[in-house]
Design a protein around this ligand. Structure first.
Ligand code: DC
Length: 235
């Protein structure tokens, strides 16, 4: 593959490690575009739900096949658009908020384990980053989508820390969920993401591990930006 002048930056890691905030700020500082790949899986979950499936509930094998086909249609018809502003558009409609509901979080996690769905979204993700100058945030960017990314980071934090952040967010939204329930939920999602047979969540061998448990977000952003600039200078 031709050498990229502006790099492809992969930021992978589990939910709740502060990835979205970090990736957005890193992209702003570098003048790179941000590609939130989780939004693609969320769009598939939303489209599936609108087509009458229950991606956050029970899915039969036939349902999974049909959702795979649906994802292929969405990709072929370029029906999902991630705009530079961060707006997410599905079939011409702004779904930026709709895809962030707890049902769609669970639904996205479920549909992301369907091999046909992953396959359908792969070429979209590769097109979005092939020219470099992009920060791609996800679970398998450094391992599957762009194994040749010039700068890879695996951003993590302890389960307690991630549950703490998530719990605070939920309380703010008026939920009565307890910290222990949130922690159990985080652990369940970790197990599901790490143990799935296709593209499980794991750190790429050449990724820089950044543990945000004991670092301020600004420091995490600084570490990543500094590392990318050093690699830009070498390329
Ligand atoms: O980052 P997020 O919470 O918006 O992602 C939603 C779901 O999509 C999450 O459960 C894992 C899945 N996902 C994935 O499997 N691979 C990616 N590259 C991005 C997200």
């Amino acid at each position: 593959m031709a050498k990229r002048v502006r790099l492809l930056v992969a930021i992978d890691g589990p939910a709740g490690a502060g990835k979205s905030t970090v990736a957005r700020r890193v992209a702003e500082r570098l003048g790179y575009v941000l590609v939130d790949t989780g939004a693609l899986y969320r769009c598939v979950a939303l489209a599936a739900s609108r087509a009458g499936f229950t991606p956050h509930g029970e899915l039969s094998e036939d349902d999974e096949l049909a959702i795979g086909d649906l994802a292929k249609e969405l990709a072929a018809g370029r029906q999902i658009q991630l705009e530079p502003s961060g707006r997410v558009v599905l079939d011409g409609e702004d779904v930026s908020r709709a895809i962030r509901s707890p049902e769609m979080s669970l639904g996205a996690s479920r549909v992301s384990a369907i091999p046909r769905v992953r396959e359908a979204l792969l070429s979209m993700q590769r097109q979005a980053g092939e020219h470099g100058g992009a920060v791609m945030e996800g679970r398998d960017i450094g391992t599957v989508v762009f194994p040749d990314a010039e700068a890879k980071f695996f951003l993590t934090a302890s389960a307690e820390q991630r549950a703490g952040r998530r719990h605070a967010e939920l309380l703010e939204k008026g939920s009565a969920v307890t910290f222990d329930e949130t922690l159990a939920d985080v652990r369940r999602r970790d197990t599901a993401d790490t143990d799935r047979p296709v593209a499980p969540l794991r750190q790429a061998d050449d990724a820089v591990l950044v543990d945000s448990s004991t670092m301020a977000i600004d420091d995490v952003v600084d570490v990543i930006v500094r590392e990318v600039r050093a690699r830009e200078a070498q390329s």
